[in-house]
Every structure is written in C-alpha cells, then in structure tokens.
Design a protein around this ligand. Structure first.
Ligand SMILES: Nc1ncnc2c1ncn2[C@@H]1O[C@H](COP(=O)(O)OP(=O)(O)OP(=O)(O)O)[C@@H](O)[C@H]1O
Ligand SMILES: [Mg+2]
Length: 367
C-alpha cells in the first residue's frame, strides 16, 4: 500500500486546539452549574428567598447563552410566578362553592381542568392568549409600575371555533373559578330588573376573583340603533357598558359572540382585547385529528388526502369526527385507525351538519 493511502485510512488525530477549547468550555459549564447549585442550596438554607430567585435567574441567563432558550424561558417563568405574591396566585375564593341567593340563577360556577395546551391554535391566536395569561400571572409586577393586565376580552367567531373552550382554558391556566353568566336568568321582561341583575354579577366580580364568561353576548350587546331596539335591551346594553367601564376588579371578563356585526361599536373600545376566531384551515384540522387520535396508530392515514375533506367543518365538528373514528376502531377491537374510519366519520358528520346547520352558519360557509 502506498504511503499516502495508508495515511488516508488512519483515523485523524483530533485537532488539539478545538478539543481543548471544547473541554475547557465543558469544564467551565460544569463549574458554573455546580457553583450555581451550591449558591441555590445556600440561599435556601439561609431562607434568603430573593437571593435564591436571583441565582435561578442567573442559571436562566446561563442556559440562554448556551442556546437552551426553552429551558431558560421555563426558569424565568417560574421565577416570575414565585415573585408573584401568594395572595395573587391563589386568590381562589375560599367559600366560592356555588353562588347563593339571587346570584345562583345568574351564574353557574365550575373549576376548569382545561389547559391551553389541549387547544390546537394558529400561532398568532396562541400568542395572544398566552399574553393574557402572562399579564395575569404578573399582575403584581405590572401594578408596581402603575400598569394593569388586560382582563376585559371579547371573543368573536363562528360557532364551534373554541370560544367557550378558551374561557375554560384561561380559567384552568390561571386556577380561577369559571363563572358562566346564564342569560336566561339575566334577561327578564321587566324594565330595570335585568340591569339590577347585571349589577349583582358585576358586584360578584369585585368580591370573588374569577373568570366571568358572558356567552352569546350578542343577546345584550346588540346595536342600540338596530330595528330590534326595544327599550329594555337598550337599557341593558347601556348598563352593561357602564358596568364594564367602571369595573376595576381583578376578575377576567370574557364575552363571546358569533355575531360581531350585531355588536354596538361602543362596545369594542371598552374591551382590552378583541380576539377573532376562524374556522380551521386544513393544517389545524389535521392537527386536531392527530391530537385526538394520538393514542392510536395512524400510520395508515393519508393526511394529505383527508385535508380537503375537512374544509368547512368547525373545530368542534373536527373533534367529533376524530371521536367517531376512534369509537369505530375501539369497537372493532383494533388499534390502528384506517383512512376509511375517518372518511366514514366525515361523511356522517356532513349529513348531520347540513341537516342542522343554522342559517348564519350556512351563510358563513356559503353553502
Ligand atoms: N382550538 C381547538 N382545539 C381543539 N379542540 C377544539 C378547539 N376549538 C374547539 N374545539 C372542540 O370543539 C368543542 C366546542 O368548542 P366551543 O364550545 O369552545 O366553541 P364555541 O366557539 O364556544 O361555539 P359556540 O359559538 O357555538 O358557543 C370544544 O369542546 C372542543 O372539543
Ligand atoms: Mg360557546
């Protein structure tokens, strides 16, 4: 074998300068981490909470420099959470149980297990919802600087697009009770009575921090000049606007509607945020299906071919399609979802949707 060939087959020795640089970086990292660990323990033993948290922030900065952005963010979020006084974090009303007296017929209370992570959302929407959560969690920090978290939110979009689920997810993420305002109880035939009931709800917001959810808000938010403008509804809307404007509780007020076009323009500017929901595009629909079917084997599904077939279905319907397909698989004693399972569920859902589609939704879909 020629000398040159021999040289080529021999493993090249590591370049000393690079390797030693790597080793020294590695050692420096370990040293930094162990020093930080020692500092964390010391501050914990000394009961020096502020020092403990500032070391944790140093660790976060160190990890960020190493390119571990996600981990660094988690650390920073935890430190922020720890810095929020307990009273703010756990202002879960103690005797909240169920609303009593007149309030009982106006709001239904629940604790929500829903999390934002269970929702499949377009990036921009997810960012806006996360901002609400961050601002709420850092309420104390914002207040110190004379700032206030956004907390009066209007959700607008078609039926089944996730508005109610969002209210539940916000309550779940913030560990706050979810109070859903029951319109049947709120709106009465008698002048003045509705406004008085509305006042009870707004009073409750001051007393018990929570997520107050006004679903199908157009019932009270309809235009003051619209043809259906009966005196009582105008009065109710005016009171609502006034209550909303004056409210400076710590509660979140979330209103949802399918009919933004019916809402009075005066309402929009009184909300801190107006968030629009859309029917899912094929990527979101595919993601909902995949998430729902994640405990099954879906190798046999051709997602590309399915994409166009899910057009026009709302998120709620796509969820139902996934559930129906899953049931077929389970009842057949299989573990693999086939294309046919989903196609059959889509077909079935098409029939149901067309038969029960509301006129507004038919118009929305252009069918
Ligand atoms: N973004 C989403 N990700 C995953 N599932 C969703 C999403 N949006 C809706 N769903 C599913 O659809 C169901 C119904 O959605 P939701 O009740 O929130 O719709 P909505 O916008 O409030 O509709 P409506 O206007 O008719 O009240 C949810 O319980 C959930 O199963
Ligand atoms: Mg809803």
């Amino acid at each position: 074998m020629a000398k040159a060939d021999k040289m080529n087959t021999l493993p090249l020795p590591p370049r000393p300068d690079r390797t030693s640089q790597r080793i020294s970086n590695y050692v420096a990292n370990i040293m930094a981490t162990s020093q930080q660990l020692l500092a964390l323990l010391r501050s914990h033993i000394d009961g020096d909470n502020e020092h403990f948290l500032s070391v944790a922030m140093q660790v976060a900065a160190h990890e960020a420099r190493l390119g571990h952005g996600n981990f660094a963010k988690q650390l920073r979020d935890l430190v922020d959470k720890a810095r929020t006084p307990k009273a703010d974090r756990t202002s879960k009303p103690i005797p909240f149980a169920q609303p009593k007296g007149d309030l009982a017929s106006l709001i239904s209370a629940s604790y929500s297990e829903t999390r934002l992570a269970s929702m499949v959302l377009p990036n921009a929407l997810e960012t806006r919802l996360k901002r609400i959560i961050t601002e709420q969690l850092q309420q104390h920090n914002l207040n110190k600087h004379g700032l206030h978290p956004r907390r009066k939110i209007l959700l607008v979009g078609p039926s089944g697009a996730g508005k109610t689920m969002t209210a539940a997810a916000l309550a779940g993420e913030l560990s706050l009770p979810l109070f859903t305002v029951v319109f049947d109880g709120l709106i009465t035939r008698f002048m003045g009575e509705t406004a008085a009931k509305l006042r009870l709800v707004f009073d409750a917001m001051l007393e018990t921090r929570g997520v107050y959810f006004f679903d199908e808000f157009d019932a009270i938010g309809a235009k003051r000049t619209a043809e259906n403008d009966v005196g009582e509804m105008r009065r109710v809307l005016n009171s609502f606007l006034q209550f909303l404007e004056n409210d400076d509780s710590d509660s979140l007020i979330i209103a949802a509607t399918n009919h933004a076009e019916l809402l009075d323009s005066a309402l929009f500017r009184r909300f801190d945020d107006v968030i629009h929901y859309e029917l899912p595009d094929s990527a979101i629909a595919e993601n909902i299906l995949k998430t729902r079917l994640s405990c099954f084997d879906t190798k046999g599904v051709d997602w590309k071919k399915l994409a166009e077939k899910t057009t026009g279905f709302c998120q709620a319907e796509v969820t139902k399609i996934a559930n129906e397909a899953a049931k077929r698989v389970v009842l057949d004693g299989r573990s693999q979802v086939e294309q046919d399972d989903l196609l059959a569920a889509i077909k079935e859902r098409e029939t149901v949707s067309i038969a029960h589609q509301s006129p507004a939704r038919t118009k929305y879909l252009g069918t």
